[in-house]
Design a protein around this ligand. Structure first.
Ligand SMILES: *Cc1c(COP(=O)(O)O)cnc(C)c1O
Length: 220
């Protein structure tokens, strides 16, 4: 069995310099996060606001905490003071609330727009056309304390690697479209998890979100 440090090293050896590893620590205890931290890992992702708040209070302050789960608008205020990036922005209402809470904290919060691509995985996320409309109708400019850095996508949960590759490729092509047509400064394409991160990297991911491979199966 590989240790947490060895698994992180295994992944990092296979990532291009332009791709970052976000270690998804949801449902795992602070002691395992500390183990990954001691191995040099600094970016961690969580999916529940209370769990994140507890871990953030307890663990080293130079950890970059990313939020990856469905976020209710009434929970934004709790994570706004310290969250480094929110990957799961799936509505304008949420964006508006993040902007409001970021402003109260006198900061700008980095966000990604979550795409709805996978066949059955998530009920949440924007379609490509909805994202185009956000840019064309200049909605994002209304939120000065939010900085949209790019996109987050998930592929279908299937054994069919070709389908997974096609989905990642279409997300990556859409990311390029955003960059060329609307905002040359977007730089983050968050895609790839334990089962499909190697394909995601080949298709252009700049941030992989890996949980179970590093920390083991989650006990819910
Ligand atoms: C849980 C989760 C992950 C990590 O999944 P693993 O298969 O354990 O690597 C990545 N992204 C999102 C959005 C998640 O909810």
């Amino acid at each position: 069995m590989l240790s947490i440090a060895e698994k992180i090293e295994y992944i990092n050896r296979r990532l291009p310099e332009t791709t970052q590893l976000l270690a998804i620590s949801k449902f795992h205890p602070a002691s395992l996060i500390q183990e990954a931290y001691d191995a040099g890992q600094r970016l961690f992702g969580e999916s529940r606001e209370q769990e994140l708040a507890q871990k953030q209070a307890e663990l080293p302050k130079d950890i970059e905490w990313h939020f990856i789960g469905h976020l209710q608008t009434n929970k934004v205020k709790y994570i706004a003071p310290y969250v480094a990036m929110i990957h799961s922005v799936d509505s304008l209402r949420l964006l508006e609330e993040i902007d409001k809470q970021a402003k109260k904290c006198e900061r700008t919060i980095d966000c990604l727009l979550e795409l709805h691509v996978a066949q059955e995985e998530s009920k949440f996320g924007f379609s490509f056309d909805e994202v185009r409309r956000l840019y064309e109708e200049k909605w994002l400019e209304k939120y000065p304390n939010v900085r949209v850095r790019g996109l987050m996508g998930m592929a279908s949960n299937t054994e069919d690697d070709l389908q997974v590759r096609r989905e990642f490729a279409s997300i990556a092509a859409f990311f390029d479209e955003i960059k060329q047509k609307y905002d040359a400064s977007v730089d983050t394409l968050s895609m790839g998890m334990t089962n499909d991160w190697k394909i995601a990297v080949e298709e252009g991911s700049t941030m992989v979100r890996i949980g179970s491979f590093i920390f083991g199966e989650r006990v819910y």
